[in-house]
Design a protein around this ligand. Structure first.
Ligand SMILES: [Zn+2]
Length: 136
């Protein structure tokens, strides 16, 4: 039995609400550090995945493929429709840069965590170091 359109859209809404695997890994790491945060704060540019305005930081969790993690094996380039993908990736990177600058203009420390980094055992240590004085 195939899921109905309603079931499919409910499931996709749940994914958006709960975050992807890499986002969940980052949130879990923050909880283990005892750092509180808000998810997908719509009042900030780009609705960053994780933010704590009082502590002055945001964390952007980037998928390696869509956000083009440099020299990462996950950032493959599709073999067909090259022009389409090239334009798509360029637009993504430009948006990432705009969002990062808009957040920094608000005085926030912006930490980018790549999807592949969320699978590494040192994620907690990496976050504590990257957030630095924001979490001390
Ligand atoms: Zn990567």
């Amino acid at each position: 039995l195939r899921p109905s359109k309603k079931q499919t859209s409910e499931r996709m809404a749940a994914v958006r609400r709960d975050g992807t695997g890499p986002e969940l890994a980052v949130r879990k790491a923050l909880r283990s550090l005892g750092i509180r945060y808000r998810s997908n704060l719509a009042t900030l540019p780009g609705s960053p995945d994780v933010a704590n305005i009082r502590r002055g930081f945001v964390i952007l969790v980037h998928g390696c493929f869509w956000h083009r993690h440099q020299s990462c094996p996950r950032a493959t380039f599709p073999k067909t429709n090259k022009a389409f993908w090239k334009a798509k990736f360029l637009a993504n990177r430009q948006r990432d840069l705009r969002v990062k600058m808009a957040l920094e203009d608000k005085g926030l420390r912006v930490v980018v965590v790549w999807e592949c980094e969320t699978k590494m055992p040192g994620l907690v240590r990496f976050l504590r170091a990257a957030l630095g004085t924001a979490v001390r």
